[in-house]
Design a protein around this ligand. Structure first.
Ligand code: 5GP
Ligand code: ZN
Length: 117
């Protein structure tokens, strides 16, 4: 498993930095965002370190699929799938990415506008 020693999310996955875990499987780990932007704001990250969606490659196809399937499973488990939710992958500077370990934001509990700001 590729990890990066100085990466915040690698440290969270390893349990070196505490987090409120909501889900895990063999490829993904999910925890509550520390600065929630909605009543539910969960981050779903691959266990392996990938800097961003921009750095994902063909060999990451399976893990990319697992991230979205994990989002859908969490939404059903937590009971907000029918009401609806949003998944977001901020990528690089203009995308608003601040943590460079690929992650999917799973947001729910209020309506969202489109396009986002
Ligand atoms: P980005 O801006 O890269 O798309 O998203 C990074 C997210 O990580 C932000 O929503 C931010 O609140 C969250 N975050 C940053 N540091 C921590 C932390 O130490 N713990 C948790 N749980 N979330 C964090
Ligand atoms: Zn990492």
């Amino acid at each position: 498993m590729v990890t990066k020693p100085d990466c915040l999310f690698c440290k969270i996955i390893a349990g070196e930095i505490p987090s409120a875990k909501v889900y895990e499987d063999d490829q993904c780990f999910a925890f509550n965002d520390i600065t929630p932007q909605a009543p539910t704001h969960i981050l779903i990250v691959p266990r392996q370190h990938i800097d961003s969606l921009d750095k994902a490659e063909g060999m990451d196809r399976d893990v990319l699929g697992s991230l979205l399937l994990a989002a859908a499973e969490i939404a059903r488990e937590k009971g907000f799938a029918d009401a609806g939710y949003r998944v977001v992958v901020n990528t690089n500077a203009d995308g608003g990415q601040t943590v460079f370990h690929l992650h999917v934001h799973l947001l729910a509990g209020r309506p969202f506008v489109f396009p986002p700001g």
